[in-house]
Design a protein around this ligand. Structure first.
Ligand code: F3S
Length: 380
């Protein structure tokens, strides 16, 4: 592959992975079962990113199932959501380049809810931090957090260097989080994630005392921790698949109680009277959309709201007639994008979210004041 028998771009991509492997002391390359590529929004990668992708697309095709992170706009409804023509033109050119490479235009940060579900212990190369956290922690698959170029290189070659979280010895916990308060909503999980990420940075936490939690709560927790820290893997006693095998004797302990929960809500709330409520960070599951539709059955929400999700989930929701119920309540189902990677700053100044990750990024990335509350409170 390095000699260019599979094309000049594939050789270039293999050289990139080899260099990365050398830096991290990888002894070999391993095949990956799937890839998720980030760096899709024109807002994030700009013209240099677009030119780079067009250059790659001229010659290279992906070798494994490769999904795409959210783009800067809904790829179908962008006009109606107020995206300007020049942004859309560039964004669509980026999507065309990915399409030419054979990448699935999934445009989601929850590939595991939209047809790309790895199995336990499978090696993958994913990019988006919440998806990486979910795959490593909740599924027990194995991935480092890839950058845009290294994920693309893994997709084109089918390989990744064998280091970091691919190895058993690097998946052991460093710190125990002793949960001493009730967590009533997935937003409470997100608030705890924000707190823990700030405390542990890039260490691996082991949660003790979590209540029974489902996919939605665990994706909210992982996303928030990956945003305020760089947590790519966590274990939760009784909930995540590798927790049982982990030794926690003698580890540092951090308590998370009612005071920490309250302090985190206060810190993340920087505004009031939102222009819009945005759900779906990470992209909403069908279950969350059903829940929102039920919560709004009583009548119109006080503020307009969007639910960001994948195209795959949106289409099922539409088939169930949930889009109509949501529209009656003043909401919109928005696919392919989210409040952080779309040009939110051109449309709103105060955004309400139930997501710890969005609450962390909206002030800096999108110049928003933030209202951070649970779905139930925001729709009451
Ligand atoms: Fe996904 Fe956007 Fe949040 S990419 S995790 S919805 S910031």
């Amino acid at each position: 592959m390095l000699e260019g028998e599979q094309g000049e771009i594939t050789a270039r991509m293999m050289r990139l992975l080899t260099r990365l492997g050398d830096v991290y002391g990888a002894e070999r390359m391993i095949p990956v079962a799937s890839v998720q590529v980030a760096g899709v929004s024109y807002k994030s990668i700009g013209d240099p990113g677009l030119e780079f992708l067009q250059d790659i697309a001229r010659d290279a095709r992906v070798k494994v199932l490769t999904y795409l992170n959210p783009a800067g706009m809904d790829l179908e409804q962008w006009r109606e959501l107020g995206i300007d023509e020049s942004f859309a033109e560039k964004q669509l050119a980026i999507i065309d380049a990915f399409k030419q490479m054979g990448i699935v235009i999934s445009a989601t940060c929850t590939p595991y809810l939209a047809g790309n579900l790895p199995r336990y212990r499978q090696h993958i190369a994913w990019s988006e931090s919440s998806a990486v956290s979910f795959a490593n922690s909740v599924i027990g698959a194995r991935t480092n957090r890839e950058g845009g170029p290294s994920a693309l290189a893994a997709a084109i070659t089918g390989f990744t260097p064998y280091y970091g979280l691919h190895l058993d010895e690097n998946r052991v916990p460093h710190v125990v989080i002793d949960v001493q308060t009730e967590l009533a909503t997935s937003t409470d999980f997100a608030a705890m994630g924000n707190f823990v990420g700030r405390e542990v940075k890039n260490k691996i936490p082991y949660f003790r005392g979590l209540p029974d939690a489902g996919t939605d709560e665990l994706k909210a927790l992982g996303a928030a921790m990956a945003a305020s820290g760089a947590v790519a893997l966590y274990h939760a006693e009784g909930l995540t698949p590798e927790a049982e095998q982990m030794e926690t004797e003698g580890l540092e302990k951090i308590a998370f109680g009612a005071a920490e929960l309250k302090e985190t809500y206060e810190r993340l709330n920087t505004g009031d009277d939102p222009d819009i409520i945005m759900f779906g960070c990470p992209h909403a599951s069908l279950n969350e959309i059903i829940k929102i539709a039920r919560l709004t059955e009583k009548g119109k929400a006080k503020k307009p709201f969007w639910i960001c999700t994948s195209r795959a989930v949106k289409e099922i929701a539409e088939r169930m007639g949930l889009d109509e119920k949501i529209a009656e309540a003043g909401g919109k189902l928005v696919a392919d994008t989210c409040m952080v990677v779309s040009p939110t700053e051109n449309m709103f100044t105060t955004t309400a979210v139930n997501s710890g990750k969005a609450a962390h990024y909206l002030p800096g990335f999108c110049k928003q004041r933030v209202v951070f509350k649970s779905m139930e409170e925001l729709l009451s």
